[in-house]
Unconditional design. Sequence first.
Length: 415
Amino acid sequence: MTTQELLQKANAAKGAMALADTGTKNRALLAMASALEEHCADILAANALDMEAARGTVSEVMLDRLALSPERVAGMAAGLREVAALPNPAGAVLSRAERPNGLVIEKTAVPMGVIAIIYESRPNVTSDAAALALKAGSACVLRGGKEAHRSAAAIVAALKEGMAAAGLPRDALQLVEDTSRASASELMTARGLVDLLIPRGGAGLIRACVDNAAVPVLETGTGICHVYVDRWADLDMALDIMENAKCSRPSVCNAAEVCLVHREIAGAFLPKLGERLEHSRYGHPVELRLDPEAAEFIDGVPAGEADFDTEFLDYILAVKVVGSAEEAIAHIAAHSTGHSEAIVTASEGTARAFLAQVDSAAVYWNASTRFTDGGEFGLGCEMGISTQKLHARGPLGLGELCAYKFVVKGTGQVR
């Protein structure tokens, strides 16, 4: 089936999705979760074929993003059940005002219509994106990367089975069969067929969508995330935060890529950091890319020109020594992608200045950047992390997947 035909089918189904009540959508999500579990063997078999084809062509970290296991399929099913338990955003009255002339004006959340998602090699995005779009009352068109296409197809087949069992139209969930650039371009230019396009992946994919789309785009961001260890930091706390932010899962967008260290504690902190990241509890050493001053205290590779502007998505960390919190803030302003940044300090004044001046979607005081996640923020699974300022920022949960309109009720008023 062509991409245009899939889009036509999704548009034909969006009216039924907009009319679906909360109970129907929740029953569908629960049935979809059960279907994933029932078809786990099929999904894993498809994923094994994807893994076999990808092995030797992508890094081990990227293979981990692609890999599924019984536990990860169970996690996908749990994510669907979590979304079912969340309030239905569509139809919620966001504000209400009664005018002196008697008109009642209600700002009301409404479904987007057709949400298209272009993503890369993480099969779990397939179920997360479908769950959120459907709970928000929209039809969903998924276009995954070629590395994960067999896995995505098996997941979508199971999800459609669950939808149909609960009375939702199968056509409200579509998987684009063509994984070439042509299909991505079709989604970007499908005016009248795509109400919202969300790119979820690397910098190249996101930039291509932002630069070339003729449909509305909600930009999810790459994550050049920083941790600044201030002169007043508890060094043991800083080591724990830095290790978690870098090593717990380096292939995700909320992993730290840069560590900034105040000059006054660099001699005490950096040797400990080098030792901790060489023998990380997460089982993999980290390569350090060091500015000249950091290299005076620990061993590593001299930082290249691009290393403070790179989302490594790997066991690599750029390290720089700074003379003040103000210098750290200025560095972040120059190099961050606006995703997540953290300060480790016991100084409330320094922390408040950092939190106020750093212009990213999430800013942290004495905590790891790895918490920038819909589930960790209590939003359920999310569509991605928005680094733009309109119309949504940070984790894209259900509320951010709705538009709104003004519903105006009168008794015959004229102007």
